[in-house]
Design a protein around this ligand. Structure first.
Ligand SMILES: [Zn+2]
Length: 104
């Protein structure tokens, strides 16, 4: 069985890939955001996707920072360990499930 640190190592690679993907997506969206409205291209929709992608990118970058400073995997609210199974599904999760449910 892997210890937590080894498991985080796998999550870190996943987060780094995610960061790269989101950066590429943001670049792509930014290129298209300047184009005029036409069939199949809605600048408002692009702007909304840019905002969402930017937010996800910030979450991902923050998770990587938490891995670097050793606070990764702990709930930002109650300090409980976030189960690795949850982190594997949402590597950028900042809160444990109960805190997330409470709207942390
Ligand atoms: Zn919590």
């Amino acid at each position: 069985m892997l210890n937590r640190q080894d498991q985080y190592e796998g999550l870190r690679s996943a987060l780094e890939e995610q960061l790269q993907r989101q950066t590429d997506e943001l670049t792509e969206l930014t290129i298209h955001s300047g184009e005029p409205e036409r069939n199949g291209h809605d600048p408002h929709q692009i702007a909304a996707r840019i905002a969402t992608t930017r937010q996800s990118l910030a979450d991902t970058a923050q998770a990587l920072r938490r891995i670097a400073d050793g606070s990764y995997g702990r709930c930002g609210r109650c300090q409980a360990d976030i189960p690795v199974e949850r982190l594997e599904i949402r590597p950028h999760a900042r809160y444990c499930v109960p805190c997330q449910a409470k709207g942390a």
